[in-house]
Design a protein around this ligand. Structure first.
Ligand SMILES: C[S@@+](CC[C@H](N)C(=O)[O-])C[C@H]1O[C@@H](n2cnc3c(N)ncnc32)[C@H](O)[C@@H]1O
Length: 259
């Protein structure tokens, strides 16, 4: 279990509950649309945090189990659940790499904005696929990086400086490799990819620096200050109203477990 992730998210739990970026309704609505939930479905939300994804799915399905390793995050989620008057959502502690559920227990498994914290994302994907019913959908949304070595290294470094429990934001090509079953590979999750969508959000540099130690803020600012004109264009670095903005890349991957 990642004790570093637990302690960092315990400290930042109240922020995640109210964060506009994490509560982004358009993204949540799109995930629900892509998942095609049925009223009888049982859903598992892995690394639920403050439960934005679990809460978005609950009105469309029979039951949602929301799991995480950080009780403080789920406590915030429980408050949001009670405020929304949602009755079909329960919380449980669970490590994403070792899910305490039987095979084929869920119709849909979701995991949003969390896989970049997993030390072995391929293993977590195999676990999520194991607990899915044949024909069920695996719904992943996460921070990502473009297929460019410099952008990949820079964005991963910035996110690690923001949060030392960050492991890796993956490229779309890596997600394809991890999800798609192909003969001879032992790493893949075993889901057929039904959809892959990428999107960006133009966000202030303070999204990286807020709540971060001074030494890490200094490195974040120095990385951005040292970018060449081409590198600034690649990352869409722009000054607006006295603040520096840059792109954050995201990916949504929908997999279907073989029947
Ligand atoms: C950014 S939050 C998740 C956001 C949430 N899924 C949503 O849609 O708003 C990341 C969460 O991942 C959890 N986490 C990190 N590593 C984990 C692991 N190995 N197993 C389960 N949860 C983990 C953290 O505790 C944290 O609550």
């Amino acid at each position: 279990m990642s004790q570093l992730a637990q302690s960092i998210f315990a400290e930042r739990a109240a922020f995640y509950a109210t964060s506009a970026v994490h509560a982004d309704q358009a993204v949540l609505d799109r995930l629900v649309e892509l998942a095609q939930p049925q009223a009888t479905d049982r859903v598992l939300d892995v690394a639920t945090g403050t439960a934005h994804t679990a809460l978005a799915f609950a009105p469309h399905v029979a039951h949602v189990i929301a799991t995480d390793i950080t009780p403080e995050m789920m406590a915030q989620g429980e408050m949001l659940r009670a405020e929304a008057g949602i009755e079909n959502l329960e919380f449980r502690m669970a490590e994403a790499h070792d899910l305490p559920f039987e095979d084929a227990a869920f119709d849909i498994v979701t995991c949003r904005r969390a896989a970049h914290h997993f030390v072995d994302v391929a293993k977590a994907l195999r676990e999520m696929t194991r607990v899915l019913k044949p024909g069920g959908r695996l719904v992943i949304d996460d921070r990502s990086v473009p297929e460019d070595d410099f952008a990949d290294a820079t964005l991963n470094r910035l996110d690690w400086l923001h949060d030392h429990s960050h492991v890796r934001q993956h490229r779309a090509s890596e997600w394809r490799g991890m999800m798609q079953p192909h003969r001879g590979a032992s790493q893949e999750a075993g889901c057929k990819i039904e959809a892959i969508e990428t999107y960006t959000k133009h966000r202030p540099l303070s999204a990286f620096t807020n709540g971060v130690d001074a030494v890490d803020v200094a490195e974040i600012e120095s990385i951005v200050a040292g970018l060449s004109a081409d590198q600034r264009a690649l990352l869409n670095v722009v000054e607006k109203d006295g603040e520096v903005y840059l792109n954050h890349w995201y990916i949504t991957v929908i997999g279907v477990k073989a029947s």
